[in-house]
Design a protein around this ligand. Sequence first.
Ligand code: ADP
Ligand code: MG
Length: 251
Amino acid sequence: MEIILANALGQDVSKLAAQEKRLLLSRLLARFAHEVRNPLSSLDIHVQLLEEDIAQAPPKVREKTASRFEIIHGELHRLENIVKHFLSLAGPSSLDLRPVEVVKVVSHVCELLRPEAAARGIEIVMKLPESLPSVPADSAQLTQALVNLVINAIQAVERNGRVEVSVSRDERDGVLTIAVRDTGPGIPADKQSAIFEPFFTTKAEGSGLGLWIIQQIITAHGGVVEASNAPGGGAVFAVHLPLQKKENGDG
Ligand SMILES: Nc1ncnc2c1ncn2[C@@H]1O[C@H](COP(=O)(O)OP(=O)(O)O)[C@@H](O)[C@H]1O
Ligand SMILES: [Mg+2]
């Protein structure tokens, strides 16, 4: 589908695709490094404990194991450095936060995907408020997250239906919400928690990375993504973004 889109819509989407790839690679690197780091530090602790145990052993055993421990420490150190290097490559999910007019981003995404949707008899409808403050966001990454959500919605509807993208704000909670609702089959109850996992897909050609990436992007913004089913059928994905820049919004 992304390829069809790229062909149909040209440059804009192919740029997005390249950016998507870069982002994906950096997220995968970060995830890989984090996952390797935990067993590594556990290994480190256990080797130290083992050394303490061996300290009570006869001198002969201690001598024999000393050089082995040296190698183990050296190699552990090397692995830790490799992981650190990977983490630094991935970067702190570098968000370029600037005041973003969400209505513009939403309109852009809808216009981008409208021809592809129309070809399948799917109408994309926007529900936008009269006025909105700009929110601190990385507009390229936010665009990517929304493109992924709307593509998922189009894929869920398959043919002849509707995708509704609405924006609203809750001043009291200091939150802006972008909701993507479709007239597809909705999310089965037993899949609700799995869909955000990386590589989870129910599609023959799916990557299972779309929702995971969306979640990474929105979390990095200090926001939340929620999936639910609409009372009248179909799925709703709601992205809640803070209206103000949050302290401590670590990536
Ligand atoms: N709008 C939706 N309606 C129903 N199910 C959805 C919707 N969006 C996503 N899903 C489910 O979540 C899974 C994971 O989505 P995603 O991470 O984007 O990967 P992919 O689209 O490659 O399958 C999908 O395969 C599908 O089962
Ligand atoms: Mg997807």
